[in-house]
Design a protein. Structure first.
Length: 529
């Protein structure tokens, strides 16, 4: 396999070599005469659609579409000239006014059929739904009543969503980045964008609070070259050029412009790199976890240094973890049906999720230990909170199921959402850690039977249970019972949970019979102050 550091050079040389080795499309005499009569052909593009295409600072057409179009022109002998526009709507206007004979890369729609004819697809790409990380997975877009979707103006997706999903409210933006930004900033619930664009934009802008939340069947991109409808011979010549491009050449062009490999298989160089990063981070976390445990007796003297170190280490680790998470989401979507490869991706997700939870606990311990720390309560939908915790925790163990039972009609809970997420994640992670494989974890949420102002969160597992003499220590930092021997962890999860519950004016209790599982019960006020 090609070493990762040589991959860009390898792809460039492979593409160049394949171009030299591929003969030009053979044209008839009438087709050659037609091309000569046409002369230079004007084409329009989307000037701000990275990584598919942009018009750069020097006024040059750059990106995946530019490389594909250049390859078609080279093989057919067409002479192309870019007609510069300020945005995609202006390009559509120029095309309708017949000032450009080609549109470089776009989907065919009924509205565009009014003035364009289209080549065969030059590139195919999935469209995906993108939401914030706390949003549940979207199985059916028709069920998302009243949800807001941000979309760039003039796109084929806008046209189709308006037609197929009147239940969705559309917010129209000027650019791709603005649509993603509205979702990141909680000003829209979702966007639907190209998988390639999403992977590129999320990484470039650092929007790692976003995730892939689903797909809509039949909404993939079949990207084609659009031609003015009176230029049938030009369309036919372009089709010959499109047909000459091999799948390898397409993939090489895509790989030149994005980091994540979008193939129907799997890039083992990428997976090896991800596994190596995860293993390095896990080893680092285990090492420092032990150091923190050994330093317990010196905590008073070294508290400031520990806080600085943990904050620094967390900052350094967060970015690669977010990249790993985004990449694994993309790979999961692309590898549906391939059990062996999905199992490998699942291991990567479990490692990164476990490590992210570890650093959340480290930083939260320091932040909430201060006696002057106060929560900032905001209204929270209990069901959304619980489903987020379930989805996040489920990544830790594919061998378990988490069953959720939520009493209908619960009022909003006023609390600190970030802390309550950590609380529930810690409870579920603890239950998953000790329960035998295939045994479900149960999370029940309901009003307190004796006090309706309290919300109860009850987690039941079927693990080994806790000896009676150890129940009193499980909520203390760095304390772990006999049942924890051989299990990963630093003894922080339940201690952090205990502190979060108390900050919300609630209580936490453990009930356990040694050898027969454990029940953890949280009671917090719906209206915490």
């Amino acid at each position: 396999m090609t070493a990762p550091t040589l991959r860009p050079l390898y792809l460039f040389l492979s593409l160049a070599l394949s171009s030299f080795m591929t003969w030009a499309v053979e044209l008839s005499g009438s087709e050659q005469s037609y091309i000569q009569r046409l002369g230079v052909i004007n084409f329009c593009v989307d000037p701000d659609w990275s990584p598919f295409e942009i018009i750069d600072d020097k006024g040059q057409h750059f990106g995946i579409a530019a490389d594909l179009l250049a390859l078609v022109a080279q093989r057919t002998g067409l002479s192309l000239r870019l007609l510069k526009t300020k945005d995609w709507p202006e390009s559509l206007v120029a095309s309708k006014a017949r000032r450009c004979q080609l549109m470089s890369l776009l989907n065919q729609t009924p509205a565009r059929d009014d003035w364009l004819i289209f080549t065969q697809p030059i590139l195919t790409d999935d469209n995906i739904l993108i939401t914030r990380e706390e949003h549940p997975f979207i199985v059916d877009l028709a069920s998302q009543q009243g949800q807001t979707m941000a979309l760039p103006k003039g796109t084929s997706i806008e046209e189709r969503v308006r037609r197929d999903f009147p239940n969705i409210k559309l917010t129209i933006t000027d650019t791709e980045a603005q649509a993603m930004s509205l979702v990141s900033e909680r000003k829209a619930d979702m966007t639907m964008r190209s998988l390639i664009v999403a992977a590129y934009t999320i990484k470039r802008e650092g929007w790692f609070n976003l995730k892939i939340s689903g797909q809509v069947p039949g909404y993939g991109n079949q990207l084609r070259i659009g031609v003015l409808n009176d230029e049938v011979m030009l369309r036919d010549i372009l089709n010959r050029g499109v047909a000459s491009i091999t799948p390898l050449e397409r993939q090489q062009i895509v790989d030149r412009h994005i980091v994540i490999n979008m193939t129907t298989g799997i890039d083992y160089d990428l997976v090896k790199s991800l596994v190596a990063v995860v293993m390095l981070i896990l080893l680092t976390s285990l090492f420092w976890g032990r150091k923190l445990k050994q330093a317990k007796d010196l905590a008073e003297q070294t508290a400031d240094q520990q806080r600085q170190f943990i904050a620094m280490l967390s900052h350094e680790v967060r970015t690669p973890l977010a990249v790993i998470d985004a990449t694994s989401q993309v790979l999961t979507l692309r590898l549906r049906g391939d059990t062996d490869k999905l199992a490998l991706v699942s291991r990567i997700q479990r490692g990164s999720t476990r490590l992210a939870n570890f650093f959340d606990n480290c930083l939260t311990t320091d932040r909430i230990a201060n006696d002057y720390f106060l929560v900032q309560p905001l209204p929270i939908d209990v069901e959304s909170l619980v489903m987020w915790a379930k989805e996040n925790s489920a990544l830790l163990s594919p061998e378990h199921t988490i069953q959720v039972d939520i009493e209908p009609g619960l009022p909003l809970l006023h609390g600190d959402q970030a802390l309550l997420r950590i609380l529930l994640t810690n409870l579920l992670a603890n239950a998953l850690k000790y329960s035998p494989a295939k045994h479900p974890i149960v999370l029940r949420v309901h009003r307190n039977a004796s006090n309706a102002t309290l919300c109860n969160f009850v987690v039941d597992d079927q693990g080994p249970g806790i000896p009676e003499d150890e129940i009193g220590i499980i909520f203390q930092k760095y304390k772990r019972g006999r049942s924890a021997e051989g299990k990963p962890g630093a003894g922080l999860g339940l201690a952090v949970a205990d502190r979060i519950v108390k900050l919300h004016g609630g209580t936490i209790q453990a009930q356990s019979q040694y050898g027969h599982g454990t029940r953890l019960t949280i009671a917090v006020p719906f209206d915490a102050h």
